[in-house]
Design a protein around this ligand. Structure first.
Ligand code: AN7
Length: 348
């Protein structure tokens, strides 16, 4: 049975005995074999499906630790800036803890499921006339000047919780994978995986991927107006960018860009060939392998086993699924028309 992440990895987390734990039984997500992706890539590829966390994304791993700590330190409210998933997770854990939650999201730029989640969990949802990077500056200001705890991944407890995904991968495989492929936005998650891997004395190649319209770590320049269909990673000034770049380098890996078309192709491939429905941002990890291959730079051997992190659940963003597929076949109750609808030719 799934147990609270903090209980499973208590000895590696900064939670003291007797401290309150705010949990919705996060973590312990499946590592799923992906035979068709493996064929295309030329290595054994497994999918770490973080979309099966309680709020449907990897953010819950960090949030259980950050909100537990906020509660134990006497906070009454938590706040974050978010492209959607952090907001949904913060809202849920705040609800669970009996704290007030406030989230600031870029207006009109987050997936509808994430908005619905944040609202139904009871957070105060602020739609900002600005992007994620603007929102992060504002919540830092609020947390510095008011009694409200910041739960973005600049909060070190978020990283502590998120590093447990690396532990799970190592335990499930009986050792580290040769490489880890991961989407990169604010760069907290890749930083957390690297911390987890190094704490367990392992060092897989890290292959990070950003959307080409929001790829500051690839170009080396902040992006003032990031744009991508992968709204979760529409971030131009990653808070943990320098740490992530150091991790890529230390691991012998790299960070590369892929286009929105390449992301959507991988997103559809995962759903229609593997039966795994992740959100577009998550598919960046697989798109990156499809587009850039798996050969490491330098003289390291090509990885034989690669774990792709699928960071969030596809159900969060039904609009993108509907917009990138052929759509329904409308039909009357006339049996002939139904036959044609079921068996007739259809172009994709
Ligand atoms: C599905 O929710 O930044 O590199 O505010 O939701 O750790 O930022 C989300 C990020 C990848 C990138 N995949 O992770 C937010 C937010 C999904 C995400 C990322 C996010 P980071």
């Amino acid at each position: 049975m799934a147990q609270p992440l903090i209980e499973r990895y208590r000895e590696y987390l900064p939670i003291e005995p007797g401290e309150p734990i705010v949990s919705i039984n996060e973590g312990s997500t499946p590592l799923i074999e992906a035979p068709r992706v493996s064929d295309r890539v030329g290595a054994r590829v497994l999918l770490k499906f973080e979309g099966l966390n309680p709020t449907g994304s990897f953010k819950d791993r960090g949030m259980t630790v950050a909100v537990s700590k906020a509660l134990s330190e006497g906070a009454e409210a938590v706040i974050c800036a978010s492209t959607g998933n952090t907001a949904a997770s913060a809202a849920a854990y705040a609800a669970r803890a009996g704290l007030t939650g406030a989230v600031i999201v870029p207006q009109g730029k987050i997936a509808v499921g994430k908005l619905a989640q944040s609202l139904i969990y009871g957070a105060r949802v602020i739609a900002l006339d600005g992007n994620f990077d603007d929102a992060l500056v504002l919540v830092r200001h609020l947390a510095d000047n008011f009694p409200i705890q910041l739960v973005n991944s600049v909060n070190p407890y978020r990283i502590e919780g998120q590093k447990t995904a690396a532990f799970e991968v190592i335990e499930e495989l009986g050792g580290p994978p040769d490489a880890l492929a991961i989407p990169v936005g604010n760069a907290g998650n890749v930083t957390a995986y690297w911390k987890g891997f190094t704490e367990w004395d392992t060092a897989p190649l890290l292959y990070g991927f950003q959307a080409s319209g929001a790829a500051p770590l690839v170009t080396g320049e902040p992006v003032d107006r990031p744009e991508t269909v992968a709204s979760a990673i529409r971030i131009g000034r990653p808070a943990r960018g320098d740490e992530a770049l150091a991790a890529f380098e230390e691991s012998g890996g790299r960070v590369r860009a892929i286009t929105d078309e390449q992301i959507i192709e991988a997103y559809r491939f995962l759903a229609s060939e593997e039966g795994v429905f992740c959100e577009p941002s998550s598919a960046a990890s697989v798109a990156g392998l499809f587009v850039h291959g798996i050969e490491p730079d330098g003289d390291r051997a090509a990885p034989g086993t690669i774990v792709c992190v699928l960071t969030g659940n596809g159900l969060k963003d039904p609009d993108t699924a509907l917009a990138s597929t052929p759509g329904v076949i409308e039909c009357s109750t006339d049996p002939t028309e139904v036959e044609e609808a079921v068996f007739g030719d259809r172009s994709d």
